[in-house]
Design a protein around this ligand. Sequence first.
Ligand SMILES: Nc1ncnc2c1ncn2[C@@H]1O[C@H](COP(=O)(O)OP(=O)(O)O)[C@@H](O)[C@H]1O
Ligand SMILES: [Mg+2]
Length: 284
Amino acid sequence: MPGLTPENAEPLLRAEGLYKHLYQPSLAFWRARQPRTILRDIHLSIQPGERIGLAGVSGAGKTTLLNLLLALNGADAGSITCQGRPVRPASTRALRWYRRLVQYIPQDPASSLDPRMSVRELIREPLVRLSVEGHHGRRIDEALDRVGLDQKFLGYRPGALSGGQAQRVAIARAVALRPRLLLADEPLSGLDLPVRAKVMQLFNDMSRLDDTAFLIISHDLSVMPRLCERTLILHDGAIIEDRPTAALFGAPEHDHTRALVRAAHPDLAIMMPAPAANASYPVA
Ligand SMILES: Nc1ncnc2c1ncn2[C@@H]1O[C@H](COP(=O)(O)OP(=O)(O)O)[C@@H](O)[C@H]1O
Ligand SMILES: [Mg+2]
């Protein structure tokens, strides 16, 4: 039966039991350095086309987890697999297969785009770096079309782009590789409301039309209901909730989640009981 082959049963990305410790130098030199656990026992699986939100207050460990998933850093324990193949930090060449499948959308596109390059060069660069075969021109046009940017922008440099246009170029760079999964760190912060709505629409279209999966990181829970079917809450380095977004908003299980939902949705707060006295409040 189609859809039930072993290949399909294996998630696109799977993380199992990830730990990350940080070895901070102690101020007291005679004491042993005490490792701090930044991520603990992270389990995560992403299916093709799924849109997953990863939320948590600043300092929760979101970026640290992202860097592990991008194989930029190694975990101290646990494993990451993509379509069943192990993923760990390695040379550009050894990770080429992974970089083509899993791409990153940066938090601050304006500063991540080389100001000397034209939009055409910016979108072509990952295709060249990852030795993608075939007609690059066609892929560039297709990516530009996908993010809703006019052809005239191909000759522009980042300095001539608005924040929203720069974000689209950053997305087009990833999209040109036809990735199966996009990891986005706060992709909407810093964008005006109308541009936010368009980027959300783009993500939704991509997952629906191309079966592209998304992991969207945000300290702001309010974007999750419109963007993500499933939401994970990272708190103090651990995933404390992993549920369909509607269920999570409808009945948060943890006091910490309740506090996050209240902050994102003041209207919902009147429908929910007050959090317990020991609940930690979000500070974004
Ligand atoms: N290079 C580093 N040096 C010191 N502390 C770090 C470093 N990277 C992360 N941390 C600490 O790890 C925790 C998680 O950070 P981070 O992953 O950036 O959280 P988030 O992205 O959720 O805001 C924080 O307490 C942060 O201070
Ligand atoms: Mg961060």
